[in-house]
Design a protein around this ligand. Structure first.
Ligand SMILES: C[S@@+](CC[C@H](N)C(=O)[O-])C[C@H]1O[C@@H](n2cnc3c(N)ncnc32)[C@H](O)[C@@H]1O
Length: 221
């Protein structure tokens, strides 16, 4: 990491991220959000025609992807640290094979070793500075040959100053974010024993002549 993009993590930032998502949970699903919508398609395409025994979703938010995961997995364990976001997900996701847990992903995850054959993480890691910790926990809880799918706002967009944000009562709330370069992801992954299976860059239909909106990595343990 470098080039002065990152700010030092402060307790204040952590509190702000959690608080901001609690507030955003009220309108996250109904706000216009092309990145959210594109991510949903990218995830469905990446996992089409696959089936898993045990899926871990880290940063599930309001459950935008959770119902789909419940259809391609025997069991889904969905984690998030925002009470507001998880409450919406619980309301929305009717599937009986999903368990939700409140958890801070920057601390040891409430998961057993080698328990999952797929982990998915969508639009979360911009809020987490320490990528190596995420990859070490992912490696710990995945079975051998397990997959780790990561979709994030593309760093090219971050270089332009884009980050997760929402409007409420004419006030814009920008959520603290860290810039992660492509090599930050691939280096953290390989240092923790992962192999990169696929790297993809995706645009929304409205993104003509713009940098890619989402970067998608599929890693394997
Ligand atoms: C942009 S939302 C994405 C939600 C969902 N994955 C989706 O694609 O719609 C980011 C989510 O990450 C969660 N999050 C951010 N930092 C986290 C942390 N340290 N621990 C747990 N969840 C976190 C937020 O609460 C929020 O629900």
């Amino acid at each position: 990491m470098g080039y002065g993009y990152n700010i030092k993590p402060l307790l204040k930032d952590f509190m702000n991220i959690q608080k901001a998502y609690n507030e955003w949970s009220l309108s996250y699903d109904s706000d216009e959000n092309l990145t959210r919508d594109l991510d949903q398609n990218v995830l469905r395409q990446a996992l089409a025609n696959l089936y898993f025994t045990s899926i871990l979703e880290i940063g599930c938010g309001t459950g935008k992807n959770t119902s789909f995961l419940s259809r391609i997995g025997e069991h889904v364990h969905a984690l998030d640290f925002s009470e507001g976001m998880i409450a919406k997900a619980r309301e929305k996701v009717a599937a009986g094979n999903v368990t939700f847990s409140m958890a801070d992903l920057t601390k040891k995850w409430p998961c057993k070793d080698a328990d999952y054959d797929l982990i998915v993480c969508n639009l979360v890691l911009e809020h987490i500075e320490d990528l190596p910790f995420i990859f070490s926990e992912a490696f710990r809880v995945l079975q051998a040959r397990g997959k780790f799918l990561v979709n994030e706002l593309h760093p090219f967009r971050q270089y332009e100053g884009k980050k997760a944000r929402f409007n409420r009562d004419e006030k814009v709330t920008e959520i603290p974010a860290f810039v992660h370069h492509i090599s930050d992801f691939t280096n953290a992954a390989s240092q923790h024993g992962f192999t990169l299976v696929k790297l993809d860059e995706r645009w929304h239909a409205a993104d003509q002549n713009k940098p890619p909106r989402i970067v998608s990595f599929l890693f394997e343990k």
